[in-house]
Design a protein around this ligand. Structure first.
Ligand code: ATP
Ligand code: MG
Ligand code: FE
Length: 332
């Protein structure tokens, strides 16, 4: 099949065209970061308006790039949650319009499945069962993928998501938005010389990052002569070490050697370094993470997840609604 896909859950407007499982015909992303960073975070109304502005042009460009006619597609896959309701609705309504006009089936895709399926684009040989460390702006979970569309939550964050913690700490340090890439970059010029707390480190598979964030806030208030690069590196180490520690523990406990990392925080360079260390320590481990451009929000991952539903005839009808707080269990 040829799947045309749309992603507008947050501040990236993205469309893609995927043939079969893996042949990328088009992959376009317009980031609104430059627009929102003035406000220190995503402004939902602006995000929605920009999606509306961009979608027509992006779609035209995608078909040009793919060198196919819209009539040739097999289905339209669209993110229907989780995300900002106004932003989701723009993509969803656009997808419905196309589905109606072209008389093609609609596929509703859970954004979280998209992040996970980004790995299948890069590593076609991947097969369940495997473990997933899903670390994004809104989510932090360890999952046990028992089958292609059957994921069980092993652990999750009790408060902030990993990406959210990066963004909030960056804001505390006046580094701007989005914080993840900024802290990553700064950390490379610093040393992790400060011991920040790693909450729940030795307790099960759940995460908690708000204590770490607060500790950092007090540290910066109570001290003056610190290098911001060292603070960033120390924070990053405390958070990432916790993520890796729990994921490796889950892999040992459940005896699953295949692990995939998904979501925006998978772009973090210290996380990638740590993973390579773990791999050289334990040769049995297979740890996958998507290339950088598939870690953060994009539509190609939505097309790939949509493909799994397409081959199972899991189509949506035209009254599919946006679900801002869609959970992982909600596949259809
Ligand atoms: P969700 O997918 O949970 O709905 P989202 O779509 O906003 O949330 P993503 O697009 O997956 O999240 O990822 C964005 C997050 O990734 C942001 O919080 C950003 O700070 C973080 N991030 C991006 N690059 C890096 C990096 N190099 N290091 C750490 N964090 C990063
Ligand atoms: Mg984004
Ligand atoms: Fe995302």
């Amino acid at each position: 099949p040829i799947i045309f896909s749309i992603e507008t859950s947050c501040d990236e407007t993205a469309v893609a065209i995927l043939r079969g499982k893996n042949e990328v015909l088009s992959h376009l992303v317009v980031s609104q970061i430059d627009i929102h960073k003035v406000f220190g975070g995503v402004v939902p109304e602006i995000a929605a308006r920009k999606h509306l502005n961009y979608l027509n042009n992006l779609t035209e460009k995608a078909f040009e790039e793919a060198e196919i006619e819209p009539e040739e597609i097999s289905a339209i896959a669209v993110t229907y949650g989780p995300g900002l309701v106004g932003a989701l609705l723009i993509g969803l309504n656009f997808a419905k319009g196309l589905a109606l006009n072209l008389n093609k089936p609609l596929i509703g895709v859970n954004h979280l499945y998209g992040h996970i399926y980004a790995n299948f684009l890069a590593f076609p040989e991947l097969k369940p069962p495997f473990l997933v460390l899903l670390v994004s702006g809104g989510h932090t979970m360890i999952l046990h993928a028992k089958d292609y569309l059957h994921f069980e939550i092993i652990g999750q964050t009790m408060d902030d998501a990993a990406g959210e913690a990066f963004d909030k700490v960056a804001r505390m340090l006046n580094l701007g938005y989005p914080g993840g890439p900024k802290i990553d970059e700064l950390s490379q010029k610093g040393e992790p010389i400060y011991e920040f707390p790693k909450p729940l480190y030795h307790k099960g598979y759940d995460f908690s990052f708000s204590g770490l964030k607060t500790a950092l806030l007090y540290f910066t208030k109570e001290n003056e002569n610190y290098k911001i690069e060292d603070v960033a590196a120390s924070f990053q180490k405390a958070l990432i070490d916790t993520l890796i520690h729990k994921t490796i523990k889950a892999s040992k406990d459940l005896k699953i050697n295949d692990i995939i990392i998904a979501g925006g925080v998978a772009a973090n360079s210290y996380l990638r370094e740590k993973i390579n260390e773990e791999k050289s320590r334990n040769k049995k481990l297979n740890i996958y993470f998507p290339p950088l451009n598939l870690c953060t929000d994009n539509a190609l991952m939505i097309a790939r997840a949509g493909y799994e539903k397409y081959i199972r005839n899991q189509f949506a009808d035209l009254n599919l609604d946006a679900v801002p707080n869609l959970g992982l269990k909600d596949i259809c």
